[in-house]
Ligand binder design. Structure first.
Ligand code: ATP
Ligand code: MG
Length: 419
């Protein structure tokens, strides 16, 4: 222990567990790359206003979860709480929307929210996300949902469910909003929730508290109020998903935490995670570009939580990245042997063979123990007598079998045994 520890709500990724995080990031990104999504990286902080305007002033993120700071120069910045607003900002700034559409982008990074820390809910967490900007096409919504489902499946995750809804558009949503407000105003709710009815009544439907949920049972739902355009669009998304073999559940109460969503909205949940069950989610956000001062740019995207995906895999007992031990562990006995084997290990690594070395001047007993602990298949032991004879002892650590191999032939022999 040092005097310091990781701040509350954060944790370090340490081997061997950290390999699972890398595997999850890679596993989510691979299908995106194959589908033509280009990698985008934006700063860890932005002008706070980007999120106030984009993410929505009635969201938990903006009202209580955002890390904001004033710089020495007087700029109001915020650590990014999510990726979509930043990616859209970057695409508009680079004028990508003036080129071929849709612009398809993916990203991977850290996000920051001042939340109450608990299992699966952290103040610093990791997402991989994808956004398709500048096209209104149900096939694009379906493509993204299929890519997310395929990513989870390729990682070995089985127990996830896809919840699907449509939140309507600027034509039908306001009508529904008014109907919903009328209904909600008649319920027995606390001050804060009553205030929310006036700012963003749809978010009240997302309330997880039991006494609120009970009262919401008879609330009017968006699906009964969709305009013809939205209804047709949603039906096409559903048909494409069915054709792609994706199972989903229509969930009329699904509204999600961000204010910018329109039409297609979805969430992936996993039942092995307790109350932090959402492993990822997303949807269409046709109005967001205009909200942040850009041109009309209908778009759709998602973000998958890396931390919770790792937890979900663990809950299912799946290890996405089983430890990869070295093939060879070098055990030098004496100074000259050390130089020779250091050269061998360097050459093996350059030839693509995973190899490690007994550092720290261990005696033969300690070094052999380290060789076994490393999980290596072979140990190469080089002593003074071996050196004099121009050989090294190649020991199979599984069978215990050992035989001398000429120093010249050693690298070739081991490279040939690479898996
Ligand atoms: P929740 O309802 O659990 O708060 P959210 O709606 O705020 O989730 P999004 O903003 O849609 O989540 O982010 C997408 C994904 O990122 C979530 O499904 C989740 O897996 C992950 N995520 C969000 N917030 C956190 C957090 N504080 N810690 C860990 N993962 C998170
Ligand atoms: Mg949240």
């Amino acid at each position: 222990m040092s005097t310091f520890s990781a701040p509350r709500g954060t944790y370090d990724l340490i081997p061997p567990d950290s390999a699972d995080f890398l595997a999850v990031r890679e596993g989510i990104a691979a299908p995106l790359r194959r589908a033509g999504y280009g990698y985008v990286e934006t700063p860890g902080f932005e002008q706070a206003e980007l999120f106030f305007r984009g993410v929505g002033e009635s969201t938990d993120i903006v009202t209580k979860e955002m890390y904001t700071l004033t710089t020495r120069g007087g700029d109001e910045l915020a650590l990014r709480p999510e990726g979509t607003a930043s990616v859209l900002r970057a695409a508009l700034q680079a004028n990508l929307h003036r080129g071929a559409l849709p612009v398809k982008l993916w990203y991977s990074g850290s996000y920051y929210r001042y939340e109450r820390p608990q299992a699966g809910r952290y103040r610093h967490f990791s997402q991989v996300g994808a956004e398709a900007l500048g096209a209104e096409d149900p096939a694009l919504d379906a493509e993204l949902i299929v890519l997310a489902a395929d990513a989870y499946r390729s990682l070995g995750l089985r127990g996830f469910r896809l919840l699907l809804n449509s939140l309507g558009d600027k034509e039908c949503r306001p009508v529904y909003r008014a109907v919903l407000q009328d209904y909600l105003r008649g319920l027995d709710l606390d001050e804060e929730t009553r205030a929310r009815i006036e700012i963003n009544p749809l978010r009240v439907l997302d309330d997880k508290r039991e006494h609120v949920r009970k009262q919401l049972a008879g609330a009017p739902v968006m699906s009964d109020h969709l305009c013809e355009g939205c209804k047709g669009y949603h039906e096409q998304v559903r048909e494409l998903l069915v054709a792609a073999g994706i199972t989903f559940e229509d969930d009329a109460t699904l509204v999600r935490g961000l204010d910018y969503y329109t039409r297609t909205t979805f969430e992936f949940v996993h039942d092995g995670l307790g109350s932090q069950s959402a492993v990822g989610g997303g949807g269409r956000y046709d109005g967001l570009s205009e909200m942040i001062g850009g041109p009309p740019l209908p778009s759709v995207g998602w973000a998958l939580g890396v931390d919770r995906t790792v937890l979900a895999l663990r809950a299912e007992g799946v290890r996405p990245a089983p430890a990869a031990p070295p093939l060879v562990y070098a055990v030098p006995l004496g100074e000259e042997a050390r130089r020779t084997l250091f050269g061998l290990v360097t050459q093996l690594r350059r030839d693509g063979v995973a190899a490690d070395f007994a550092y720290g001047g261990k005696g033969v007993k300690g070094a052999m123990k380290a060789a076994h602990r490393s999980g290596a298949r072979y140990a190469v032991v080089l002593g003074e007598r071996d050196l004099a004879q121009g050989v090294a002892q190649l020991k199979d650590l599984q069978s215990g079998e050992q035989r001398p191999v000429g120093l010249e032939a050693l690298a070739g022999e081991l490279t040939g045994r690479r898996e």
